[in-house]
Write a protein that binds this ligand. Structure first.
Ligand SMILES: C[S@@+](CC[C@H](N)C(=O)[O-])C[C@H]1O[C@@H](n2cnc3c(N)ncnc32)[C@H](O)[C@@H]1O
Length: 493
């Protein structure tokens, strides 16, 4: 390396300057959700303006309802300001050609010092600005406890040890409610113990909508050869975390495939975790799950089975419902009766009815007793799996007829129960991690409908029976179920 290259490098490190390649910038811009017609955009630590330029390209291509972009950029490096000006002029022409007004203001001042002062109310008569959208690749560098940056941030109650978390904490404060932030940063904030106050601040003010990781550490900033694990996030200013969010990954190579999986938020940030770690599941196991599922070719119909939604719609049959079983009633099952792998019935402490009158009006909504496999249509936030299956065993609940309520799906053989081993095999399969991961690949779904289960591919009858014979009990741990299912799925290949 030459002396000037070394100088360049140390200056770059001092400024935390690593520029975003345009495919990554375009990918980031594509993550924004619907935007207002006049967008106040912030690009803090703008470099040569790659991120604003990508945002502008995205809006010009698909932001039909956008009439104006008011862009604000902060950049302290005087050597890059000309390039930034040029990029902004290009943005202006691009917007003009698309009929969008574009204005920009470049501040060649220290974003941390200026915004901390504005937010602290130290600058008499100036209010902090407000933004609808921010796109950021903030500088990264450790900041020592007695540095000016640390002191500035401390004045507004932000205690953090890196420039990038300081930038994000400030940007977050400048967003209007529902304002959006797409940022690319090191992944270190997700679990480093020192970042705990930052995570608390971040997760209490921003709703995480999507996280994107790169399979290769070097991918995002190849040209600068930064060995840093980076993450891209899309977050929205607000205080109610979503039930689910998208985790995506890509190799980082231009044009590389992006794989997406939907996870419950509770799996990413565990509800009782005081550290508020942000867990990012490996998407590669999800790819493996897809491969396993793609190898299965048996349809539910070929197994002689179908799955239907529970036929008892309770508000239509109010008169016939009973809190407790009594003479003339039969069991009525809701998701609240799921108890691990089996049914806990009656459940008198539950708010739901436990029984339904069996009479001429209701009989058409009931099914004859038998081994049925039940699945929940909607799973609660706390549940780890998207698909939760349990077994209705006529040995445990003695009855001739039974009602399955509409929030359940039930697997049956032409309206009757299933053979025991087949039912147990299906139970293992549907409760396996492989099926769960497969289901999560479909974004946007918050429920598992009968149609989803009908179109799924299953192991063949022999494999399901073999799995079922080995299911000595229904309360196996997730690991035990997974081992059993994996062993049989491999054997049938
Ligand atoms: C990681 S680079 C990203 C540049 C650009 N956003 C991109 O993605 O290509 C961060 C930029 O922030 C600038 N920067 C560093 N400290 C700053 C500060 N306190 N205020 C404003 N800009 C700063 C650096 O000069 C650098 O250009």
């Amino acid at each position: 390396m030459t002396a000037s290259a070394t100088n360049g490098r140390s200056r770059q490190e001092e400024l935390g300057q690593f520029l975003t390649a345009s495919p990554t910038a375009d990918f980031m811009a594509s993550m924004f959700g619907p935007l207002p017609s006049v967008i106040r955009l912030l690009d803090a630590g703008a470099g040569a303006g790659a991120l604003t330029a990508a945002f502008v390209r995205m809006v010009c291509e698909k932001g039909e309802s956008v009439s104006e972009i008011q862009s604000t950029l902060y950049e302290v490096d005087p050597n890059i300001l000309d390039a930034l000006q040029t990029t902004m002029r290009e943005c202006q022409s691009k917007c003009r050609a698309s009929g969008i007004a574009f204005t920009f203001t470049i501040y060649s001042t220290d974003f941390i010092a200026e915004m901390s002062a504005k937010l602290a109310g130290d600058l008499f008569g100036t209010l902090p600005p407000a933004f609808d959208a921010a796109i950021a690749n903030p500088p990264y560098r450790k900041i020592s406890t007695d540095s000016s940056e640390r002191r500035a941030l401390r004045s507004i109650g932000v205690e953090t040890s890196n420039l990038y978390t300081g930038f994000i904490a400030l940007i977050q404060r400048l967003l209007v409610p529902d304002g959006q932030l797409v940022g690319i940063t090191p992944r270190s904030f997700c679990n480093g113990p020192y970042f705990r106050p930052f995570r608390e601040d971040f997760l209490s003010q921003l709703e995480l909508r999507r996280l994107h990781v790169f399979d290769s550490r070097q991918a995002a900033f190849r040209e600068d050869s930064v060995l840093q694990e980076n993450i891209i996030f899309h977050a929205v200013k607000g205080r109610i975390q979503p039930r689910e969010l998208i985790i995506s990954s890509s190799s980082g190579e231009t044009g590389g495939e992006v794989s997406e999986t939907v996870f419950p938020f509770a799996e990413i940030v565990h509800p009782n975790d005081v550290e508020k770690f942000i867990h990012i599941p490996s998407c590669s196991s999800h790819g493996a799950a897809k491969e396993t599922m793609d190898g299965l070719t048996t349809s539910l119909a070929a197994l002689g089975l179908t799955v239907s939604t529970g036929r008892v719609v309770d508000f239509r049959l109010k008169e016939a419902l009973r809190k407790e079983p009594e003479s003339g009633t039969v069991p009525l099952l809701y998701p609240c009766h799921f108890n691990g792998g089996t049914v806990h019935w009656p459940k008198l402490e539950a708010r739901k009815p436990n029984a339904i009158m069996d009479n001429a009006e209701t009989r058409q909504w009931l099914v004859p007793t038998g081994m049925y496999l039940l699945t929940k249509r909607f799973t609660s936030k706390e549940e780890r799996r998207r698909l939760v299956a349990c077994m209705f065993d006529p040995e445990q609940v003695k009855t001739e007829w039974v009602g399955f309520e509409n929030h359940l799906n039930y697997f049956h053989a032409s309206g009757r129960g299933l053979e025991r081993h087949l039912a147990a095999g299906l139970f293992a399969f549907l409760n396996s991690t492989v099926v769960d991961q497969y289901f999560r690949r479909f974004s946007g779904h918050t429920q598992v409908n009968a149609t989803d289960l009908r179109t799924l591919s299953y192991p063949d009858r022999n494999t399901l029976n073999a799995m079922g014979r080995e299911m000595a009990a229904l309360d196996l741990s997730q690991d035990e179920i997974d081992q059993l299912v994996t062993k049989h799925l491999h054997a049938c290949r």
